[in-house]
Design a protein around this ligand. Structure first.
Ligand SMILES: Cc1cc2nc3c(=O)[nH]c(=O)nc-3n(C[C@H](O)[C@H](O)[C@H](O)COP(=O)(O)OP(=O)(O)OC[C@H]3O[C@@H](n4cnc5c(N)ncnc54)[C@H](O)[C@@H]3O)c2cc1C
Length: 451
C-alpha cells in the first residue's frame, strides 16, 4: 500500500451505490467523541478490522494476541467468501439443526449434549425458529453484510492495493430436493433486490469452464456480486496501515485476566506478567472470548463448534474454479484463492468429534464438481485438512457493543460468517465507542438482546 492510499483509506463515505446491494441509509463515520486508549484482544478478522477502524478514528490502539502471527485462529485458511447474499441468504440465519442429531445431521456424542450450557443454548436457539424471527434476523444479517462489503471495497479500491480476489458465486443444486430448502432464502434475496441469475448449463459452463460434465446439477444460481478474497492478505494490509497510523500489535501476548475497569493482566512469552489499564477494552477473542469474559462475571450465550476446510494447490488451472461454487445440498463451498483451491464445509461438528466423515465428503464434493483441479495426493501435493473452532450465538448474529460491564466492549460470536460480518461490525463498534448511535437496522446486534 502506498502512503497516498493509506491517507485515503480512512475517508469514510456512504455505502457505495454501484451495486444492487442494500444500503444502510445515511450510515457514516461518527466523528465526535473523545480519543481513547483502547485495547483490542484478538488479531483475527474481527480484531484487526476493529483495530484498523479505531486507529483511523484517532484512538491509541494496542492489539494483543497469544499467537505469533495474525489470523491464526478461526480466521486462518478461510475460503474467503464475503458474499453479501451467499451465506446469509441460502442458509437460515440461525443454524437450524434437527433435534436428535447434531448440526448438519452428524450424530453427536451423548456426553456432549449433557454439558452445561448446551441445552440452554439450544432452547434459546429454538426461539428464533419462526418465519417472522428468521425474516428479521435475515434483514439484520444482510444490512451488516452490506456494511462489510462497503468497508472491504473501500479499502480494496485504493490505488496500489492488491489482494487476490474474484467475483461471483455459483450455487449448485444436485436435485430438486436440494432446491426446496433454499426457496425461501431465494425469495428473501429477490425481495431485497439482490441480483440472482438462474443459469442454463451453457451459462454455467461459460462462467466456470472447469465444472465437470459428469455431475449434472438440477439448478444453478449465480450471485454475481458475491466475492472471494484472500482474507489473510487483506488483513495484513489493514494491519500494516494501522501500524503506520500508530497502532501497536503485541503478538505472543496472552491476556491472562480481564478485570473490570479496563485493566488487563498480560503475559508475553516467558516474561513476567504485567498489568495495563485502558479507557476501553474490545474483546475480539473469538471462541475463547467467553472464558475470558467469565473473569468479570459475564456469561455469554456462545456455543463452540468446529468447521473443516480442505486446502490444496491447483494441479491444472483449466479444471479449477474461476471464482467459487456452493454445493447447496452438502453445504460445501469450493473457492479459488491464488494458487490454491479450498473446499469448506458449513456443517459444524462438536470439538473433539471425529472429523473424518466431513473431510471425506470434502474430497468427494471437490472431485464431483472440479475433477483433476487440485493436487490432492502424493508427496508433492501439500493438501491440508484443517479444522478450527467458531463461536455461535443462538440467533446466528454477532455480539457487537457494550458488554454491560464498564469499559468492556464485545465484538465476537461471528459463527460461520466472520468474513461476511466482521468488517461492518468493526465500523459499528468504532462508532459506538465514540458515543455514536446504532442505526435502527443494526440494533439486533446489541449484546443486551440476550438479557
Ligand atoms: C473452515 C472455515 C470456513 C469458513 N468460511 C467462511 C466464509 O467463507 N465466509 C465467512 O464469512 N466466514 C467463514 N468462516 C467463519 C470465519 O472464519 C470466522 O467467523 C472468523 O474467522 C472469526 O473471526 P474472529 O476474529 O472472531 O476469531 P479468530 O479468528 O478466532 O480470532 C480470535 C483471536 O483471539 C486470540 N485470543 C483469544 N483469546 C486470547 C487471549 N486470552 N489473549 C490473547 N489473544 C487471545 C486468538 O489467538 C485468535 O487469534 C469460516 C470458518 C471456518 C473455520
Amino acid at each position: 500500500m502506498h502512503d497516498d492510499s493509506s491517507l485515503t483509506l480512512c475517508q469514510f463515505t456512504q455505502i457505495s451505490s454501484n451495486s444492487n446491494y442494500p444500503t444502510i441509509g445515511s450510515w457514516q463515520r461518527y466523528t465526535q467523541g473523545t480519543k481513547l486508549r483502547v485495547a483490542v484482544i484478538g488479531a483475527g478478522v474481527a480484531g484487526i478490522a476493529t483495530a484498523w477502524e479505531l486507529t483511523t478514528d484517532g484512538h491509541t490502539v494496542s492489539v494483543f494476541d497469544k499467537a505469533s502471527g495474525i489470523a491464526e485462529g478461526a480466521s486462518f485458511a478461510s475460503p474467503g467468501w464475503v458474499g453479501l447474499a451467499g451465506l446469509t441468504g441460502w442458509d437460515s440465519v440461525s443454524p437450524n439443526w434437527p433435534k436428535k442429531v447434531g448440526p448438519g445431521g452428524l450424530t453427536t456424542s451423548a456426553g456432549w449434549w449433557g454439558r452445561s450450557g448446551t441445552r440452554r443454548w439450544l432452547s434459546a436457539m429454538k426461539q428464533y425458529n419462526t418465519t417472522a424471527q428468521q425474516t428479521a434476523l435475515f434483514a439484520t444479517s444482510l444490512d451488516l453484510a452490506a456494511l462489510s462489503v462497503d468497508r472491504l471495497r473501500q479499502t480494496l479500491s485504493q490505488p496500489g492495493v492488491d489482494v487476490e480476489r474474484s467475483q461471483g458465486i455459483m450455487v449448485l443444486m444436485r436435485s430438486d430436493a436440494d432446491v426446496a430448502p433454499y426457496a425461501s432464502g431465494l425469495q428473501r434475496l429477490k425481495d431485497r433486490e439482490i441480483k440472482v441469475v438462474e443459469l442454463d448449463p451453457a451459462g454455467a459452463k461459460k462462467l466456470e469452464p472447469g465444472l465437470s460434465d459428469d455431475t449434472v446439477p438440477a439448478a444453478r444460481w449465480w450471485l454475481p456480486e458475491d466475492e472471494i478474497i484472500n482474507g489473510r492478505q487483506w488483513l495484513s494490509l489493514l494491519k500494516t496501515d494501522a501500524m503506520r497510523r500508530g497502532c501497536v500489535f503485541q503478538m505472543n501476548t496472552s491476556v491472562i485476566t480481564l478485570h473490570a475497569g479496563g485493566r488487563l493482566t498480560l503475559q508475553t512469552g516467558s516474561q513476567p506478567r504485567q498489568e495495563q489499564v485502558f479507557d476501553a477494552v474490545v474483546v475480539c477473542a473469538g471462541h475463547q472470548g467467553a472464558a475470558l469474559l467469565g473473569d468479570v462475571g459475564l456469561t455469554l450465550p456462545l456455543l463452540n463448534m468446529n468447521q473443516c476446510v480442505l486446502s490444496a494447490p491447483i494441479r491444472d488451472p483449466h479444471f479449477a474454479p474461476v471464482s467459487g461454487v456452493f454445493d447447496a445440498g452438502h453445504r460445501i463451498s469450493i473457492t479459488r484463492t491464488g494458487q490454491r483451491i479450498r473446499a469448506s464445509s458449513a456443517t459444524g461438528i462438536w470439538p473433539g468429534q471425529d472429523a473424518e466423515p466431513v473431510f471425506k465428503q470434502l474430497y468427494q464434493v471437490l472431485n464431483d464438481w472440479f475433477p483433476g483441479s487440485a493436487s490432492l495426493h502424493g508427496v508433492q501435493s501439500c493438501a491440508q485438512a484443517w479444522q478450527t473452532t467458531c463461536a455461535f450465538t443462538p440467533d446466528g448474529l454477532p455480539l457487537v457493543g457494550a458488554s454491560g460491564t464498564p469499559k468492556i466492549w464485545l465484538n465476537l460470536g461471528f459463527g460461520a460468517k466472520g468474513w461476511t460480518h466482521a468488517p461492518g461490525a468493526a465500523r459499528l463498534m468504532a462508532n459506538l465507542l465514540k458515543g455514536g448511535p446504532t442505526p435502527e437496522q443494526l440494533k439486533g446486534l446489541a449484546p443486551s438482546r440476550f438479557g
